[in-house]
Design a protein. Structure first.
Length: 166
């Protein structure tokens, strides 16, 4: 049952990420990205990392995507500003072809190289509050702060661009 759930969630993540790439309107792409983030949260939950799954839903699918949607709405993108509608059959064909190539290049050799009994188990504390806090405030403090500053600068840049356009 876990394998079936893993493959379904993986398929959801790959399809929603591919859909995000080929969306014409940025708001539709943002909603596809939310679906991708929710699929990743399901994968974290399957890894017995409930805290990471909750963070994925609250921080990325919630707060970050609310900020992205706010920026998209602030830009006030009109339909005439967007490129013409892409060929849906071609887009789906490219997406399926990309997934097939990735499957045969990455997943098949990995499955053949590491049978299920050879895969290492996840450490017992992985994904818990203590593990996340220890890593976030020791090893990953600087990248965490850089990302928060980068997101703030991006929003300020969008506000400046939107004010210049009005």
């Amino acid at each position: 049952m876990q394998s079936i759930m893993f493959y379904l969630l993986s398929f959801l993540v790959v399809v929603s990420a591919t859909t995000m790439i080929f969306q014409r309107h940025p708001l539709n792409a943002a909603f596809s990205l939310v679906l991708c983030f929710l699929g990743l949260a399901g994968l974290y939950a399957q890894l017995q990392a409930p805290l990471l799954a909750i963070f994925q839903v609250l921080v990325y699918a919630g707060a970050i995507m609310a900020r992205v949607v706010f920026v998209i709405m602030l830009l006030n993108v009109r339909d005439e500003d967007l490129p013409s509608e892409p060929n849906l059959v071609r887009s789906v064909g490219i997406g399926l072809g990309t997934m097939a190539v990735l499957f045969f290049m990455i997943l098949v050799p990995a499955i053949n190289k590491y049978p299920n009994d050879m895969v290492e188990s996840v450490p017992a504390k992985f994904g818990g509050i203590e593990w996340v806090g220890l890593h976030l405030f020791t090893r990953f403090t600087f990248p965490f702060e850089v990302i928060s500053i980068l997101l703030t600068v991006a929003v300020v840049g969008v506000v400046v661009l939107a004010k210049r356009r009005i």
